[in-house]
Design a protein around this ligand. Sequence first.
Ligand code: FES
Length: 185
Amino acid sequence: MSESMNRRDAMGIAFGACAAVGGVFALAGMKKAWDPLPSVKAAGTTVVDISKAEPNVLYTEKWRGKPIFIVKKTAEMVAASSEDVKKRDVIIGSDHYMICIGLCTHLGCIPSYDPKNATNNEAFLCACHGATYNQSGINTKAPAPLPMLIPEFKIADGQIIIGEAGPEYEKMKAAGVLGATPLKA
Ligand code: FES
């Protein structure tokens, strides 16, 4: 836990540095990605109403100063994922969602999402140094060393509570797919 928190803290610091120095690309990506769903922020949590989410659209919420990426997967996207990759999916009913902290694991820039690349290894591109990630946020091209991190989350009444660890999060943690270690795309 402390290791992941330290990592998140470091990524937050790196994000600040990247936004200040790398500026143009990061901010352009952030503007494009900053499309929120209805949400409520309170006491360190962000409650997101995902019932309004359209498939294969990137939504970005804010949680503790960090961007949270949410993508509702299409049936085609789910079919294109391996069983291991699907372990990172947040499943509500029959719908699969990708949820992760939207910070590149290289130096913390904000990757952009290209729906046209949803089923290949370049769904996310970090313009700062060219790293890519697949639809599940797993790094597919250097220099990103790790998948984008899945934050603590809980599912309640069809909504996602970011910042609280529910059983689905604990299951991912036990499976080692949160992003603290390398994963196969
Ligand atoms: S910060 Fe993303 S590739 Fe360097």
